[in-house]
Design a protein around this ligand. Sequence first.
Ligand code: ADP
Ligand code: MG
Length: 482
Amino acid sequence: MVSEELKNKYEMVIGLEVHAQLKTRTKIFGLEGCKFGCEPNTETGTVTMGLPGVLPVLNKEAVNMAILCGLAFGSKIPERCKFDRKQYFYPDLPKGYQISQYDEPICVGGSIQISNKTIGITRAHLEEDAGKLVHAGADGLFGSAYSLVDLNRAGTPLLEIVSEPDMRTSDEAREYMEQLRSILRYIGVCDGNLEEGSMRCDANISIRPRGQKEFGTRTEIKNVNSFKALQRAIDYEYERQIAIVEEGGKVVQETRLWDDNSGTTNSMRGKEDAHDYRYFPEPDLMPLKISKEWIEEIRKKMPELPAQRIERYKSLGLSQYDADVITAQMELAYFLDKVTDEGVNPKTATNFLMGEVNAFLKEEKINIEESKLSVENFVKLMKLLESGKISNNIAKGLVVEILKTGKDAEKLVEEKGLSVISDEGAILEIVKRVIEANPDNVAAYKSGRDKLFGFFVGQVMKETKGRANPQTVNELLKKELS
Ligand code: ADP
Ligand code: MG
C-alpha cells in the first residue's frame, strides 16, 4: 500500500484502447455469421482461415456501423481510409497477420463527455478479431496439457477506439468506459458485454510528478473484463509504479496482464513498437472512399444518443439523478418510453421503475426484459393508480407481486379486493369506530395535540388495509373530531 502522501506527489495518466465487437450479421471480410457461443469452428470459413487464393471482401455493414460511431463521437470521417496488414504470429491467427488500419483510420478525433471533463478520442479504426485459444488439461509442462484453437471469433469486425491520455483517476476511466458503452449500445452497434468479451479494454497507465508536463513511461494492462476489474487494475498499477519510482527504479514499457484473483498485474511481454509489426498496406483491399452523401445517409439513421435522452427525460419532469440512472439501463429506458407512449405519466412510472422495480431487478441480477413485468401489464397497473382505483401503497405491493408472478394487474386487484373504498358511508362507519375506541387520544387531540391526527388516519387505513380513499378519510376525520 502506497501512502496518500505519495499519491499526492504523483499524478496518474490513463489512456484507454477499447475494442468493440460490431454486431454485424457476417464477418468483416468473409461470409460466415458471427454469433457468440456456437460450437467451436462452426462459424469460420476460407477467408477467415486465410486459405491460399482467397480474397477478403469488405463488409459494408461494418463500415456503416463504424461511420455511425464516428458521428456519435463527433469524429471526422476522412474521404479516404485504407487497410493495413499487422504481422503477428499467434496460433489463433492462421493468416499470420491481422487486417487492421494504421495511418489512415476510418474515424479521426472526437470526444466523449464524462461528468467533470471531456475525454478526447484520438482515432477509431476497423480491424478483424483473432480466434481463441482454449487451454485444456491440467498437468502439462506450462500448466495445461494441450491447447485447442477455436476460430469462430476470428474475422469478427472490431472497432478499436483509442482515447487521448486525458484521464487522471480510475473513476474517470470507469466513467469514460461506461459512457462509451452506453453510446455503442444505444446506437445499436455493439452489445457491450464485457464478460463475454464483446467489449474489451486495454488500459495504458503512467505516472508523473504533479506539475510535470512530460508523460512518464506507460504500461499497458490487458485482460480486464469488468468495470470493477478495470478500476482495481488501474489503482493497483498506479501504486506499483509509484513504488518503483520511489525506490529509484524505472517503469518499463511493457504489456501486463491483470489477474483478478490475486488482484495484481504481471508482466506478459515487452511492448512492441509500431515498427515491430511491419505494417504495410493490405494489397487485397482497395482504399475505401467514403463520400459526403454516404455519411449523410448514415447521419439520418442516428438514433437518440444517451445525452439527448437524459435531456428529454428532464424535460418530462424527471430529476437529473433519475434521468441518469434510467438512461444507464437501456432496457429500462426503452420500457419507460413504451409506457409513456401509452399515456402514463412519466414521473409516476419513473417512481415505480426507480423504486420497487429497480430494487427487484438488482436483487435478481436481471434486466426488465427478462422479468415477468410486461409493458402492457405495467400500463394497466399505472392506469389503476392514476384513475384512483388503487392507492399508491397497494400499487407498490402489486408491482413486486407482478414482477414475481406475471399475474394480470386488473385481475389481482379484483381477486384480492384491493380497490380503493370511496364510499363515504362505509368509511364514516370505520372513522366512528376508531374514534370510539380511542377516547384518550381524542381528548388529547381536542386539547391541542394536533399531531395525533396522523394517528387516527393510520388507524382507519389499518382497518381498511390501506384501501380507504385518503382524501375522504381526512375530510371525515376532521369533521368527526371537531
Ligand atoms: P499502441 O497500439 O502501441 O498501444 P495506440 O496509439 O493504439 O498505441 O494507443 C496508445 C494508448 O496509450 C492511447 O490510448 C494513449 O492515450 C495512451 N497513452 C499514450 N502515452 C501514454 C502515457 N504516457 N501514459 C498513459 N497513457 C498513454
Ligand atoms: Mg493499440
